[in-house]
Design a binder for this molecule. Structure first.
Ligand SMILES: [Zn+2]
Ligand SMILES: [Zn+2]
Length: 268
């Protein structure tokens, strides 16, 4: 069954990679495919994206929008391979790539460096610089990026010496008339989530690596969120995931306790 035919659901989320920054035999790196109405979005391009995408039966036309939250390798390492796959699968329709503004020149240069100049690949790429709080129309839904402090400490450390690095990082709110979803990507502080939590959510897809779990759980307990899916667990929490799962149930109840694995499909 094709992914396009599979969606009588309001949203189908395919988790291609739920890992964090460390190499892991059981988890690929960050990549997620959202099918909402007739729109298909991939958020982040960790390595393993191409394999997960193909395993889901998706071909050259199986994505409309590619969204990059920030430039850490666990979120972008599979980027050029994914574009190569779309080229080999003879994609023809445009691809919209939404990325931090200061990352776009590097991404374009990367495609050239990996022998994938835009003149070759056979489909147009429309580049769009993410702007804080500005909603992007994506067919039947909108995607709104909100800046996070995930890279702030690295910026303080590196920017004086290496000013050209992209230190932008974003979380996302995805909305359609039928569904409201928050996708954290990587955050720096629990307060980074505030713009995502102003109204009830149907789904929160949250990382669990970079902030204190206790502080995060306390904040989430005050919100109306129908389902939470945990991804990007730290190595310690992943290794002890049975215990982590019990803690999640204690803190947030069963609707807030799902720890995703690669290949998981979540339907709303
Ligand atoms: Zn990460
Ligand atoms: Zn990161």
């Amino acid at each position: 069954m094709s992914a396009r035919k599979a969606t009588s659901s309001r949203c189908v989320l395919r988790c291609f990679g739920v890992g964090e920054g460390w190499p892991c035999a059981e988890r690929r790196h960050a990549s997620f495919h959202y099918h909402i109405g007739s729109t298909r979005l991939v958020i982040d391009c960790g390595d393993g994206l191409s394999g997960g995408y193909r395993a889901a039966g998706l071909g050259g036309e199986g994505v409309d929008h590619l969204v990059l939250s920030h430039m850490h390798s666990d979120h972008v390492g599979g980027f050029s391979m994914f574009i190569q796959g779309l080229w080999l699968e003879r994609r023809r329709k445009p691809l919209y790539i939404h990325a931090p503004a200061s990352a776009i020149p590097a991404l374009r240069a990367w495609l050239k460096a990996t022998l994938l100049p835009e003149e070759l690949i056979g489909f147009p790429i429309h580049w769009n610089a993410l702007q804080p709080g500005l909603a992007i129309e994506c067919g039947g839904c909108t995607l709104t990026p909100f800046p996070t402090r995930h890279l702030d400490s690295l910026k303080r450390k590196l920017q004086p010496a290496i000013p050209a690095i992209c230190f932008e990082a974003y979380s996302f709110l995805i909305q359609s008339p039928k569904v409201r979803i928050a996708h954290t990507a990587d955050i720096g502080q629990v307060s980074d989530l505030e713009p995502l939590l102003t109204e009830p959510l149907d789904l929160l897809v949250s990382e669990l690596s970079h902030v204190s779990p206790g502080a995060l759980f306390r904040r989430l307990r005050t919100c109306t969120i129908r389902r939470i899916v945990w991804v990007h667990l730290s190595r310690r929490l992943w290794k002890n995931r049975q215990e982590t799962g019990r803690t999640l149930v204690d803190e947030l109840g069963t609707s807030g306790a799902r720890i995703a694995r690669d290949g998981d499909i979540i339907r709303l």
